[in-house]
Ligand binder design. Structure first.
Ligand code: C2E
Ligand code: MG
Ligand code: MG
Length: 303
């Protein structure tokens, strides 16, 4: 009875508090599904069902793939490939985001090393870091930085992406952690810019390197639209603050041209490529670099 009452209490809290909620069969089913998902997620870690896909980030002026964003996928034995939107929230709630985040980071370091070695021009990988990880005491920046050193990866090969919501209630530990990364040469990007509540004030909290314009501005961008006007203003502001701008969710030639005219620095989206497994990404990278005459070193086998 107490357990079920607890479920109703959570439902009432989620509905905005200060109200009541009956315990229903649907609540029970949802709780069971959650429990099952949690169990599956623990097994997924042990059985290596998680994998990391990479999506290119292209420099607008040259058309060159400069970086990639690492995006986690879950290859579930029964449900097939599951996207992060379905399991990251529960991973955050349960604390499983810490070991999952560590896995993504290690994979990213491994591939960043390989792709940075491919060309003297270098290469960067962007890794999403959940606010929960940054708030957590389990997540130690020294371990991460040491791992990069052990792998002989130059620090500016990794970028950490954080959402602006994180900065809204950021305590000293969070900003301190981020500053430590930056001091060690890891760059920081502010993700999904324009969607949170904090927007402009978040830029005062600390120094960043990149600002990512959220897809919701790009999706319906047309000449003369508010979305375009806002994006133009964001780009001017970011440049004045010394930040480079990446537009997310670019799907069409028109969006690309409008963003080019607005002075955007980098583009990411299905127009160039969907997120793909590392081997497919490397093929994409080699093709792109070869077509632009970027010199490619001989790094042969993929382990
Ligand atoms: P995000 O960091 O903003 O990542 C961009 C999302 O936009 C990705 O979704 C990507 O597949 C999608 N996307 C890219 N280009 C386009 C486009 O042209 N059109 C459309 N419609 N979508 C596009 P994905 O992979 O499903 O990831 C969703 C979110 O999950 C990410 O948003 C990020 O917040 C989170 N996430 C992904 N991987 C990780 C991870 O390793 N750790 C943590 N903490 N969060 C992650
Ligand atoms: Mg991101
Ligand atoms: Mg984003």
């Amino acid at each position: 009875l107490l357990m079920n009452a607890d479920q109703s209490m959570y439902a009432a809290k989620n509905a905005g508090r200060n109200c009541f909620s009956y315990f229903t069969e649907a609540l029970h089913v949802k709780a069971m599904e959650r429990q099952l998902m949690l169990q599956d997620m623990r097994e997924a870690l042990a059985h290596k069902q998680f994998c990391v896909y990479f999506q290119p980030i292209v420099e607008l002026a040259s058309g060159r793939i400069f970086k990639a964003e690492a995006l986690i996928r879950w290859n579930h034995p029964e449900r097939g490939m599951i996207g992060p939107a379905e399991f990251i929230p529960l991973a955050e709630e349960s604390g499983l985001i810490n070991p999952i985040g560590k896995f993504v980071f290690k994979e990213s370091v491994r591939w960043a090393k390989r792709w940075a070695d491919l060309s003297p021009a270098g290469f960067q990988i962007s890794v999403n870091k959940s606010p929960v990880q940054l708030h957590s005491v389990v997540d130690n920046h020294d371990t991460w930085l040491n791992h990069m050193l052990e792998c002989d990866l130059s620090n500016n090969s990794i970028v950490i992406e954080i959402t602006e919501g994180l900065l809204l209630g950021a305590d000293a530990r969070t900003t301190d952690k981020l500053s430590k990364y930056r001091q060690a040469g890891v760059q920081v990007a502010i993700d999904d810019f324009g969607t949170g509540y904090s927007a402009f004030s978040s830029l005062k909290k600390m120094d960043f390197d990149f600002l990512k314009i959220d897809q919701s501005f790009v999706r319906d961008m047309t000449p003369g639209s508010n979305d375009l006007a806002l994006s133009e203003a964001i780009i001017v502001m970011a440049h004045k603050l010394g930040l480079k701008v990446i537009a997310e969710g670019v799907e069409t030639e028109e969006q690309k041209n409008l963003l080019a005219a607005a002075g955007c620095d980098f583009l990411q989206g299905f127009f160039y490529s969907r997120p793909v497994p590392p081997e497919a990404f490397e093929a994409l990278l080699r093709n792109n670099w070869a077509s632009l005459g970027v010199s490619i070193r001989d790094v042969t086998t993929i382990q």
